[in-house]
Design a binder for this molecule. Structure first.
Ligand SMILES: Nc1ccn([C@H]2C[C@H](O)[C@@H](COP(=O)(O)O)O2)c(=O)n1
Ligand SMILES: [Zn+2]
Length: 196
């Protein structure tokens, strides 16, 4: 039997396949990460208040007006003879979590939750603690053993900021613009004509 009960083609019950809150906010973070120009790791973050309202979102990128085409997206290799620390993206990138906090535009973040696609580093942990965020949900912890992430965990644990890996309820969420356009008789837009 289908999830949505129907009588003579009319939906009579609420739709059951709606997104769970945590999946919704993590998906928002993932969507935000898609804005990142970082060729290796795209990170997205979303801050949510106790009433499940999105306060701010962010992704990793260079500071405003620092050109994505002029600043380097490379990682400088320390043990090479032409090592140049100024050619390393980490000198310039604003992390997704930091951008989300900055994008909150002065709203109080006390007691909010941060959804992030990657566990926060130590610098972001400092900002998270100082801004009053009380819980972190993350997807990946791929750098867990690096000192910056161990320091992050140490600070978060010391002050009681909760952190847990988000286990998605849904395996995937498909966004297909075509689905909406196909059911709209007034749409003259043909997605095949788009220049992406
Ligand atoms: N929690 C984090 C961790 C990292 N980022 C950013 C910083 C870089 O743009 C990228 C990591 O690059 P990789 O070392 O994997 O080449 O992710 C962040 O925004 N938030
Ligand atoms: Zn960070």
């Amino acid at each position: 039997m289908s999830e949505e009960a129907t009588v003579q083609g009319m939906e009579t019950h609420k739709r059951m396949s709606y997104l769970h809150w945590d999946d919704y906010f993590m998906a928002t973070s993932l969507l935000s990460a898609q804005r990142s120009k970082d060729p290796v790791t795209q990170v997205g973050a979303c801050i949510v208040d106790s009433q499940n309202r999105i306060v701010a979102i962010g992704y990793n990128g260079f500071p405003r007006n620092c050109s994505d085409d002029e600043f380097p997206w490379t990682k400088a290799k320390k043990d090479t003879k032409d090592f140049d620390p100024l050619k390393d993206k980490k000198m310039y990138v604003v992390h997704a979590e930091a951008n989300a906090i900055l994008n909150s535009n002065g709203a109080t973040l006390t007691g909010t939750r941060l959804y992030t696609t990657l566990f926060p580093c130590n610098e972001c942990a400092k900002l998270i603690i100082q801004s009053g965020i009380s819980d972190i949900l993350y997807l990946s912890d791929k750098y867990a053993e690096k000192p910056t992430y161990r320091a992050s965990r140490r600070m978060l644990d010391a002050v009681g900021v909760g952190h847990r890996r988000h286990v998605p309820k849904q395996k995937q969420i498909i966004i297909n613009f075509d689905d909406i356009l196909e059911e709209d008789p007034n749409s003259s837009l043909n997605l095949n004509d788009l220049h992406l």
